[in-house]
Design a binder for this molecule. Structure first.
Ligand code: MN3
Length: 239
């Protein structure tokens, strides 16, 4: 998967940590070893590709500035706790309560921001599959009474996020689907659930094109949501 987080850190940072961390130093010769920290995953389409629903300027700033800043800040925090830099970002968020308390909120915000946006880019497409199929389709039918009902409930949840945050479709340990929301960059992974679909409702995600009209942005989202990608996440989490 293009955007799956394999934690390829920069060579410069990796070298730096190797000097400071004996555990890292023992294994850096191995080319398969995960390097330090996170890299910005490339957008899997051009910034213009989601027009007219998501505009190119927003996509450029959102990916190239906002997402990049989360990664820069997360990597800076991980320098102070290098043992956590070896985890993929999903594992880090699942284990967030093990992170030193003085770094925890910084990593909630910034590792969370990295994980959330990585999923977001991945589920969007200029040529989306318009409906879920197979086992995900059945699960949505069971949980929400069908796709249209799901879209209504999800849109309503996204509209009710007060301030900055996200709306999610997640799976719990029992593989039950649920719609939930989170504030800021909080990830459902911190609560032990796996997000398979997420909608960024921070104003930076839509203000250039839609200003205060979040409902129009949420409506536009359904035109670029790729259910094939959501299905992949659903199937992966079945392991
Ligand atoms: Mn965002």
């Amino acid at each position: 998967m293009k955007l799956r987080d394999f934690i390829k850190g920069s060579i410069a940072l990796g070298g730096l940590v190797a000097l400071r961390d004996p555990l890292v130093g023992q294994t850096t010769d191995n080319a398969t070893t995960k390097k330090f920290g996170y890299d910005l995953p490339p957008l899997p389409y051009s910034p213009e590709a989601l027009e007219p629903y998501f505009d190119a300027e927003t996509m450029r700033i959102h990916h190239g500035k906002h997402h990049a800043a989360y990664i820069k800040n997360a990597n800076a925090a991980l320098e102070k706790a290098p043992e956590f830099a070896r985890l993929d970002v999903q594992s880090l968020l699942r284990r967030i309560n093990e992170v030193p308390t003085d770094l925890r909120q910084t990593l909630v915000n910034n590792a969370g921001g990295h994980a959330n946006h990585s999923l977001f880019w991945q589920i969007l497409s200029p040529d989306p599959q318009k409906r879920p199929t197979g086992s995900l389709s059945k699960a949505i039918e069971k949980a929400f009474g069908g796709l249209d009902s799901f879209k209504e409930q999800f849109s309503s949840a996204a509209m009710k996020v007060f301030g900055s945050g996200w709306a999610w479709l997640t799976l719990d340990d029992a593989r039950s689907l649920r719609i939930e929301t989170s504030a800021n960059q909080d990830s459902p992974l911190m609560e032990g659930r796996t997000p398979i679909l997420g909608l960024d409702v921070w104003e930076h995600a839509y203000y250039l094109k839609y200003q205060n009209r979040r409902a129009e942005y949420v409506a536009a989202f359904w035109n670029v949501l790729d259910w094939k990608s959501v299905e992949s996440g659903f199937d992966r989490s079945a392991v």
